[in-house]
Design a protein around this ligand. Structure first.
Ligand SMILES: O=P(O)(O)OC[C@H]1O[C@H](OP(=O)(O)OP(=O)(O)O)[C@H](O)[C@@H]1O
Ligand SMILES: Nc1nc2[nH]cnc2c(=O)[nH]1
Length: 187
């Protein structure tokens, strides 16, 4: 299972961003081009493993968006986007995003107390992005029914587990200057 995802990861180019070996892949970058068969394979898998009880999909800009679009079309459930720029709307919440190679801000709009949300993103690495987002959603009083991330690398997943947050990932990889190796596929 997840044959197309596995094969495409093994072919992913690597670039350096400071000390960080960054893989480039259709799901995490839109480069090389994202083939519909790959998106379909991943979407089918996600829809098969999430609890069905959510009423909103939340995607983190930018590369959560194609995943959320596809899941939304398959389930008929709407999505909204955690954006990297503010709108200044009432109730907008700002949070800090820190990854292994960048720092910035994220802005949550259109999430209310009691909303049942499915969070979707392309990659977890340090876990910095999800820690900030999940804390903000808990402060709002939203109910997180599942958090799904396609590609896992680094120690982010165990960092989240240590603070009581469980997320699901589809595949775990290691990244070195020589390329991607697959450590585990979560079927
Ligand atoms: O676990 P972390 O170390 O926090 O890294 C994970 C984050 O890194 C990427 O975001 P990026 O800001 O590069 O966004 P992009 O989707 O715009 O490429 C990815 O989409 C995650 O949101
Ligand atoms: N594309 C891409 N996104 C990431 N987000 C966190 N780490 C990475 C990475 O190595 N590649």
């Amino acid at each position: 299972m997840l044959k197309i995802l596995r094969e495409s990861l093994l072919n992913a180019p690597i670039v350096r961003r400071g000390d960080y070996y960054y893989f480039i892949h259709p799901i995490s970058d839109g480069v090389p081009q994202l083939e519909p068969e790959l998106l379909e394979e991943i979407t089918e898998h996600i829809v098969g493993i999430v609890s069905k009880d959510f009423d909103k999909i939340l995607a983190i800009e930018a590369m959560g968006i194609p995943l959320a679009t596809s899941i939304s079309m398959k389930t008929g459930i709407p999505f909204s986007i955690i954006r990297k720029r503010p709108y200044g709307l009432d109730g907008e919440i700002k949070l800090s995003q820190e990854t292994g190679y960048s720092k910035g801000e994220l802005y949550v709009n259109d999430v209310r107390k009691g909303d049942k949300v499915l969070i979707v993103d392309d990659v977890i690495s340090t876990g910095g992005t999800l820690v900030s987002l999940i804390k903000a959603l808990e402060d709002i009083g939203a109910i997180i029914t599942d958090t799904i991330v396609v590609i896992e690398r680094g120690d982010g997943l165990s960092r989240l587990k240590d603070i009581g947050i469980d997320i699901k990932t589809l595949i775990r990889i290691d990244v070195t200057e020589n390329g991607v190796t697959i450590e585990d596929t979560h079927e």
